[in-house]
Design a protein around this ligand. Sequence first.
Ligand code: SAM
Length: 459
Amino acid sequence: MSLSRPDPQPLGDFQPSDRWSTQVNSIFYGMLGPEIHKHFQTYVSQDHRLAHAVAENYFEQARKRPGETLFVQEWGVGNGNLAACFLSRLQELDSEGRVYPRTHYILCDYSLEILKGVRANARLQTHAGRYSTVLVPAEKLECFRPQSTFLAVSNEIWDDQATKVLLKQGDSLFEEYLQPKLDPAQVPIEFAEFIKLFNDENLEELKKLPPFLAAVVWEHDFQRVDVDDWPFGEIIKNHIAEAAEGIPIPVNLGAYQTLERALTLLDPDGAGYTGFDYGMFSLTELNTPSRPYFNLYGGQYTFMVNFDLLQRVGKSIGFSGTAKQPQHDYVAKSLGQRAISVLELVQAHPKVSEMAPWDVDLLMLQTLQALNGTYKSPYKNPFQYPALPGTPKKQRKQIKKLVESLSPYGVPDTVAYVSESEIFSGGKQLSRLGYREKDLRKALNGPPPPIAFSCINFC
Ligand SMILES: C[S@@+](CC[C@H](N)C(=O)[O-])C[C@H]1O[C@@H](n2cnc3c(N)ncnc32)[C@H](O)[C@@H]1O
């Protein structure tokens, strides 16, 4: 039998990065819907702590506004878990029934498949009457009345929206161009026919094909550019003047469009727009040599968010407040103590970098088991953790056994937040697994890495 080598062929010409990445993402969400979480988890897709923190902040502000219905909008909603946990926490906080009954939560997304998944979310369904779903892109929210929204919120949408990439060399600027390629052997139809379906974003036909998105390979090129006629060209130039040479700089244009829409939609006396995402917090992180600037998850193309530039744009379009903080600090305030994700905890293990991937899986599951001794979730989440392809039989069996032993009211997810007290009250068990106290303290209190999760409130 002869095995032919992959021979990726172009799906089109080189185009500016925002053009191709948005097309691929719209196909990704349009085809997968809630299945996206087989490729990545977010801080809200299973866990409740970030959602609860948002609900607590909202409750504090909303209770000062008696009377009318208050609208909360979420843009880019995934499986609807943020909305469900927000409403559950709000209901719990609002023991006198003053805020929850007059709150209406609108879940907006540009993917019908995603919204179908949201409507089937059982946790959200317990809040029937308190929410609705709207099919709309976050750059075009004109269907809503100006100043009608008390709070807007989004998690990990800016990284998916249109993003251009600039590179500074001396006095010249270069823009990144991308070209997607695929080996024709990946699809069981004529390649020309596939290219047409791909470029027409024909989701119905593309869904019938075997999964192909993860097999797309990307060519990168940089071409000279003048940003004078770009939206916010002057602000971009001022920002670039402070940026280091030779490191790709994301310019999240889609997020800027959403900010403009937010300014129109928000009630000036409301709680503003709180957005969470990952990227470079300030110029210091932006100027870190060799830091990444994009990621691929199962075919989805995401860019790091350039928070310094986002904040400058927010100010320029008229937001008087643009408070920015690490996301962990936002959650820590709600918990009254420091918190990190379980994944960060596992990464602090002194041996983790020498372990085989399946041994890291076992360590993760044993760590969850140790934490579950003290951790109690208010929600039931049967834990899922399939073994990686290539995991040897023995470890596969151990993984299965450990997963079955985990409590459905335990830590819900590998990226769930765990607090300092939960970590240290499981201390003995964690030290038996090889964790050292000094590493755990460093993970909890150390500075965030160059690419980290952050939060901005625009008001
Ligand atoms: C990375 S997922 C995050 C989902 C959810 N917020 C979470 O954190 O789990 C991005 C979500 O934003 C949606 N989305 C991406 N670009 C969008 C756009 N331009 N307008 C509206 N929704 C968008 C996707 O369909 C998906 O639901």
